[in-house]
Design a protein around this ligand. Structure first.
Ligand code: BYC
Length: 312
C-alpha cells in the first residue's frame, strides 16, 4: 500500500480508539515519540529505586522494611515491562541503557532530589506515586497497545505504593510533635518537585500537540497537574499539614484550586543534568550495570547452551 493510504488507515484506527500493535504500520514519528516517552518512563522507574532504596536498611520497623522492599522491587518490575514495551518498537535495550548512562536520555526530574529523613519515604509514596498514578491512569488508554497494557498492571501496584506512603504520613503527622515536624518538612521539600513531574506548562510542552493528536497522551500536562493538586489538598488537610504555597486558594466558580508559580528555572536545571543528585544517580546506575555484567554474561551463556542443545 502507498504511504498515504497506510497513514489514512492508521489515523482511522486512532480515531476509532483501536490500539496500534507492534506489527502494524505506523508513522516513523509516532514510533520515535513512543520510544522516547516509554524509554524515559522505564528509566524513571529504575532510577526511582535509588532514593527509596537509601532507606531500606534504616526503615523504623520490620513491617515498614518489608513494605518498602516490596515497593522498590515493584519499581524494578515496572522498568522491565516498559523496556520490553519499548523494544517492541524496534529499539534495543542495551542502546536505551547506554543513552541513560551517557546522559542522552532523560528520566523524571523528581528522582534527582535527596531523601534525607524517613518522612521522605512517606512523602514520596504519597506525593510522587500519587502524581505518577494521576498521569498513568490516563496512560492506560494510550494508543500504543503494549504501553497501555503495561500501564494497567503498573497502576494497580502504584496504588499500593501511594497508600503505603500516605500511611507513613498518617503515622508521623498524628505522632509526636517531632514526627509531625518531620512530616511537614518532607511535604515542604517534595511538594514543588512533585508538581514538576507533570512537565512544562502546555504552552512550553514541545511534544504535547502531536502526542495528543495521536492519543499517546490523553490529557495535557497542565490538566493532569491541576487534577493532582485538586485531589491532594484535602489529603494534606486531613493530615493537619500545610502545603507550602501561600497562593493556594480554592476557586468556587471553577471548582479547582489555583496555585502559585512553579520555579521553572529549577525544573530546567534539573532536567538538563544539574539537579542536586543527577551525577550521583547516574553514577549509581553505571556501577550497578557494571557490577551486573557477570549476570548478563551467565544468562547469555545459558541461553546459548539451550539453543545449541535444541539444534543438536
Ligand atoms: N522530568 O514536551 P514535554 C514513578 C522533558 S516513575 C524530566 O511536555 P512529554 C516512580 C520531556 O521528556 C513515573 N524530563 O514532553 C518510580 C521532553 O524532553 P525530550 C515517571 C521531563 O513527553 C520509582 C521535554 O521535557 N512517569 O512513578 O509530552 C519510585 C519537554 O516536555 C519532565 C512517566 O515517565 C520531567 N518531569 O510530556 C516512585 C510518565 N517533564 O524528550 C515512583 C510518562 C518533561 O524532548 N511520561 N520532561 O528530551 C509522560 O507522561 C510524559 O513524557 C511527560 C512529559 C508528562 C513526563
Amino acid at each position: 500500500m502507498e504511504t498515504t493510504a497506510l497513514e489514512h488507515r492508521f489515523n482511522q484506527k486512532i480515531e476509532r480508539e483501536e490500539k496500534i500493535e507492534p506489527k502494524d504500520w505506523m508513522p516513523e514519528d509516532y514510533r520515535k515519540n513512543n520510544i522516547r516517552q516509554i524509554s524515559q518512563h522505564a528509566h524513571s522507574e529504575i532510577v526511582g529505586m535509588l532514593p527509596e532504596a537509601n532507606w531500606i536498611t534504616r526503615a523504623p520497623s520490620l513491617r515498614r522494611k518489608v513494605a518498602l522492599l516490596a515497593k522498590v522491587q515493584d519499581e524494578a518490575g515496572h522498568g522491565l515491562y516498559l523496556y520490553s514495551a519499548a523494544e517492541t518498537l524496534g529499539t534495543d535495550r542495551e542502546e536505551m541503557i547506554d543513552d541513560l548512562h551517557s546522559g542522552k536520555a532523560k528520566y523524571s526530574s523528581i528522582f534527582n532530589y535527596p531523601t534525607t529523613t524517613w518522612a521522605d519515604i512517606g512523602a514520596i509514596g504519597w506525593l510522587v506515586d500519587g502524581a505518577a498514578i494521576t498521569n498513568q491512569v490516563a496512560l492506560c488508554r494510550t494508543s500504543y497497545g503494549p504501553y497501555a497494557r503495561a500501564m494497567v498492571k503498573i497502576c494497580k501496584e502504584e496504588s499500593f505504593h501511594q497508600r503505603q506512603g500516605y500511611e507513613i504520613m498518617c503515622a508521623m503527622a498524628f505522632g509526636t510533635p517531632e514526627q509531625k515536624a518531620m512530616a511537614q518538612d518532607a511535604l515542604n521539600r517534595w511538594w514543588w518537585p512533585s508538581l514538576m513531574m507533570f512537565g512544562p506548562t502546555d504552552g512550553d510542552s514541545v511534544h504535547s500537540q502531536k502526542s495528543m493528536d495521536w492519543k499517546i497522551k490523553r490529557y495535557s500536562n497542565d490538566e493532569l497537574r491541576q487534577e493532582f493538586v485538586d485531589k491532594t489538598v484535602a489529603q494534606a488537610e486531613y493530615l493537619g499539614l500545610t502545603i507550602p504555597d501561600p497562593d493556594l486558594t480554592y476557586n468556587d466558580e471553577t471548582g479547582h484550586y489555583s496555585f502559585g508559580e512553579i520555579d521553572w528555572k529549577e525544573f530546567y536545571q534539573v532536567i538538563s543534568g544539574n539537579g542536586p543528585c543527577n551525577k550521583e544517580r547516574i553514577e549509581a546506575r553505571r556501577k550497578a550495570h557494571e557490577d551486573g555484567a557477570w549476570v548478563r554474561e551467565a544468562a547469555n551463556a545459558f541461553a546459548q547452551k539451550r539453543a545449541n542443545q535444541q539444534v543438536a
